[in-house]
Design a protein around this ligand. Structure first.
Ligand code: ATP
Ligand code: MG
Length: 423
């Protein structure tokens, strides 16, 4: 019920909010800003986040991932082991008031999962294995001006895989590319998202990022139109060449890194002495891979590439609701009059759709003008808008309009429900 929905929409975004994703999401009531880089996810926003989460979860599960949840609060020792206590500038560090021990707020979880998996004393029979979580990360980001694209606190999906040999690690890495592609396709950003060759650190030649092309991006990539991959400027050098086909005619684009996959080799198993027992009873270092996606960043990216002058246009898979049902009052009916024909029909339609499992936001507000309701519907960006007015109600029908389309159709109520159920 929109009459009870918090918060109300806003005409203006906060003045200090320069990014489009945060402006639209704040105005539409999906998020609220607490301070730079830190946002509350409001009820509408949480519905979207959960949808994105479920798309990612289903793909991670079909990649054999098992879900767990690791702590954000972490002891200094783990970070000392890898040297990142000293070297990672974005690490939030502080001291406990009572125990005086030094703690970190986790920016990523290699330092936690490696010693965790060591406790399981894995043998070759247990491998490969992969674990993932949806978890709040903390990073002391230098710049936090991109709204929810770069938070200092943000939700990430991180998966870690464990392998007995290079071949197995590589084949899992290749398999995961397919699942990542599925995720971005299912979230409606597939067409603009490129597998991008990026720096591999000291252990392998490349890592791969998933970069979505948009002016809002902080990264620069060179896209090869022939093989639909890209190379990050960070590693491209003077003359960018497509690493896959040698093409030199690449297009420069700004882009957002929505995810990345990384072969870690033994970078973390070494400091934590994470080993497995092989067929001959010998102990060997486990090889690791890590696979990240920023859930909030993904939501912000969708908003950046899917909007118009009036507001957000959610792809159906991640929309907070499928249908925005608007009941309008006839001009002559006074607010003291309880149920106009249109109000009664809208209520009835709402019940029917709810019963058949269709997710509907019902704009039941009787103190809001029609024009304002339409403006709100455009701003919120729910895929289908169904409008019941006195005029359509007289013919037991309603108007249906797809967000982003200019044309609308008036259909009998039964056909409206059928149309929604099959689309
Ligand atoms: P970036 O290069 O943008 O700083 P990163 O390379 O440090 O990100 P990872 O540590 O690999 O990112 O994190 C995995 C994923 O988490 C990223 O691909 C991105 O989608 C998301 N992510 C990283 N930092 C942030 C942030 N500050 N706010 C929101 N999402 C983030
Ligand atoms: Mg990066």
């Amino acid at each position: 019920m929109q009459s009870k929905l918090l918060p109300k929409t806003r005409k203006e975004a906060p003045k200090d909010e320069v990014s489009l994703n945060a402006q639209l999401l704040i105005r539409a009531g999906f998020i609220d800003k607490l301070m730079a880089g830190v946002y509350t996810v409001l009820p509408l926003g949480l519905r979207v986040m959960k949808k994105i989460e479920n798309v990612i979860r289903s793909e991670m599960e079909s990649a054999g991932g098992q879900e767990l949840l690791m702590p954000a609060l972490q002891p200094k020792e783990n970070w000392k082991k890898t040297g990142r206590w000293e070297t990672l500038d974005s690490l939030f560090r502080f001291t406990s008031h009572y125990s005086k021990i030094d703690l970190a707020l986790g920016p990523t979880h290699e330092e936690i999962i490696s010693p965790l998996v060591k406790k399981f004393n894995l043998s070759y029979r247990d491998l490969p294995v992969s674990l993932f979580q949806f978890q709040t990360k903390f990073r002391d980001e230098k710049r936090a001006k991109s709204g929810i694209l770069r938070g200092r606190e943000f939700l990430m999906k991180d998966l870690y895989s464990f392998h007995s040999d290079e071949k197995d690690a590589e084949s899992y890495y290749e398999k995961m590319k397919g699942h990542y592609e599925n995720i971005f396709n299912r979230c409606g950003i597939g067409e603009k998202t490129y597998l991008t060759f990026a720096s591999g650190g000291s252990f392998s030649k490349y890592s791969h990022e998933y970069q979505t092309v948009t002016e809002a991006g902080e990264d620069i990539i060179y896209v090869c139109d022939k093989c639909k991959v890209a190379i990050n400027k960070e590693i491209a050098g003077e003359q960018a060449i497509c690493p896959q086909c040698g093409n030199k005619d690449l297009k420069e684009n700004k882009s957002i890194e929505v995810g990345n996959i990384f072969s870690l080799k033994t970078k973390f198993s070494e400091p934590f002495d994470l080993k497995f027992t092989d067929e001959n009873g010998q102990e060997k270092l486990i090889l690791m891979g890590c696979y990240g996606i920023g859930v909030g960043r993904l939501m912000g990216t969708i908003v950046e590439i899917s909007n118009d002058a009036n507001g957000i246009i959610w792809p159906e898979t991640v929309a907070p609701y499928k249908v925005h049902l608007i009941g309008l009052k006839g001009k002559e009916s006074k607010s003291s009059q309880p149920a106009s024909l249109a109000a009664g029909l809208a209520r009835n339609l709402y019940d029917k759709m709810a019963k058949s499992g269709i997710e509907v936001l019902f704009d039941d507000r009787d103190d809001v003008r029609a024009g304002e309701k339409f403006a709100d519907a455009d701003l919120l960006g729910i895929p289908y808008c169904i409008i019941v007015s006195e005029k359509t109600a007289e013919n037991n029908s309603a108007e249906i309009k797809k967000r982003g389309d200019t044309k609308s159709e008036v259909l009998p109520i039964e056909d409206i429900i059928k149309r929604i159920a099959v689309s």
